[in-house]
Ligand binder design. Structure first.
Ligand SMILES: [Zn+2]
Length: 479
């Protein structure tokens, strides 16, 4: 079945939201030549060449097709239908069901958060008080940095009063949502990889994009600013701020804390007063192995399957930004070349400027033994059909779904306990490759920084959840 979603609702389809929210498409050339941004009503009728590629190239964002009848809505299409493999109406019911469930879950999460988004307190919201103006949402407090004219990842609220510098921590939809070629509310500060993605994927006008180098301190509006590698997706950064009055803030955006962060000179030099923390897995039940251990498991498993059945197609699921190290490790360790992925993902990968990616990708599905496909596509039924389309070049599929959410409590950090699901010649492993900190990594990072105040930025919409996290923080800082 087709699902109708708005661009903002597109986070239903992946863990990190991702870049489905392309409200319009214009070529970057056009954006460069436009001296004044267009008004909000000026929605282009035609998609640019690249945006068209984005929609039709076969990755997760490509399955969102503009719906001419309902202005501004996208329709989730079955990828097999788009590729002409399956007739309309014969969608993979299990995949659709999963999407529906995700949609319901996200909807209820969104409802819980409304009180904060609308600037009400939780009691007011629960009593049924409605915000005065529901059309224009106000920026939640945790996105504003007090004592500065800065906001972080706050692009859905239009122009924010008092804000003259808009920081973007990384290029995932739930952080950049609201940005488009029409952005005109002020400069956007980000890393150079994120800056390139804003331009090539969203056609944000270059005059608003301010790329900052990692590990270099800048002075912006009287505040010393440094971006630090966040160990999340390419281009993701921690934002370190030193105010004139001596206060120091650290905003983690999304990050995976690591031991090496604890030797970063600026984190060693200045005491952090306020920490804005990515608390995605701030619960003791979230223990999972390091990225390196998971990559080692994926490579070992792939080697074993290929020894048993050399004509096995290897598939790795990925968002369009993130999880690159998983398929690169398979390719590099087992000399598997080329890697197939669609044109839009290839263009994104090229924009990273990583030398190890160069010459590794192909546009031929039939000649590549390693395919990178959208995570949302990796179901047994889809992959069985996909295998059939490859004209017997392969006779089995081994697929990996690398996401922190596949972690099960029973498995803990023992990777060899992971049981794949399989049907016919298709085997799928869910592997806990997380680009967010595990509970222990969060704890160690907080104990290292010893901030005076911690503001959680994820799972912070209910007072119960905030209280639980605060109790954990207090405990960590006591010992
Ligand atoms: Zn993210």
């Amino acid at each position: 079945m087709d699902l109708e979603i708005t661009a903002e609702d597109s986070t239903f389809f992946c863990e990190d939201g991702d870049e489905n929210g392309l409200l319009n498409g214009s070529s970057s050339d056009e954006a460069e030549s436009t001296s004044e941004p267009r008004s909000g009503n000026d929605r282009p009728n035609m998609l640019s060449e690249f945006a068209s590629e984005f929609y039709s190239g076969g990755s997760d964002y490509s399955s969102l097709m503009g719906n001419k009848k309902k202005n501004g809505l996208f329709v989730q299409k079955n990828l097999l239908q788009m590729w002409g493999i399956e007739k309309s109406g014969a969608a993979d019911s299990s995949e659709s069901r999963v999407s529906m469930e995700n949609r319901k879950r996200k909807k209820s999460e969104n409802e819980k958060e409304q009180w904060a988004v609308f600037g009400l307190n939780q009691k007011e919201f629960e009593k049924g008080k409605k915000p005065a103006i529901v059309q224009s949402r106000s920026c939640p407090f945790y996105k504003k940095i007090p004592g500065t004219p800065f906001t972080v990842d706050a692009f859905r609220y239009g122009a924010i009063e008092g804000c003259s510098a808009y920081f973007l921590s990384h290029f995932h939809y739930d952080h950049y949502g609201g940005l488009s070629k029409r952005w005109c509310h002020g400069p956007i500060y980000c890393t150079s990889i994120t800056a390139r993605l804003l331009n090539i994927c969203l056609s944000v006008n270059k005059r608003y994009i301010c790329a900052l180098e990692l590990d270099k301190e800048y002075e912006i509006e009287g505040v010393k600013v440094m971006l630090i590698e966040a160990n999340h997706c390419p281009g993701a950064a921690l934002i370190h701020l030193r105010l004139r009055d001596g206060r120091t803030y650290l905003h983690t955006g999304d990050f995976r804390a690591s031991k090496s962060m604890q030797s970063h000179p600026i984190l060693l030099s200045y005491h952090v007063n306020v920490l804005y923390l990515d608390t995605t897995y701030c619960n003791p039940k979230y223990r999972f192995p390091s990225k390196e251990e998971v990559i080692d498991f994926v490579v070992r498993t792939t080697r074993k399957y290929l020894q048993k059945q050399p004509k096995t197609l290897i598939v790795v699921g990925a968002y369009s930004i993130g999880k690159e190290r998983v398929y690169l490790a398979i390719s590099q360790s087992l000399q598997i070349l080329p890697i197939y992925t669609d044109a839009s993902r290839r263009r994104i990968l090229e924009s990273f400027g990583w030398s190890e990616l160069s010459g590794r990708f192909s546009n031929s599905r039939h000649s590549s033994p390693l395919h990178v496909l959208p995570l949302s596509f990796l179901g047994l039924e889809n992959l069985n059909k996909y295998l059939e389309t490859l004209n017997q070049r392969f006779n089995a599929v081994l697929a990996f779904r690398p996401t922190g959410w596949t972690f099960s409590e029973a498995t803990g950090s023992k990777l060899d306990m992971i049981k794949p699901t399989s049907r016919g010649n298709v085997t799928i492993f869910g592997v806990p490759y997380s680009e967010h900190s595990s509970f222990n990594e969060l704890r160690d990072f907080v104990k290292f920084l010893r901030p005076e105040k911690i503001i959680p930025t994820v799972n912070a919409s209910s007072s119960g959840s905030r209280d639980k996290m605060q109790a954990l923080f207090n405990n960590w800082l006591k010992s």
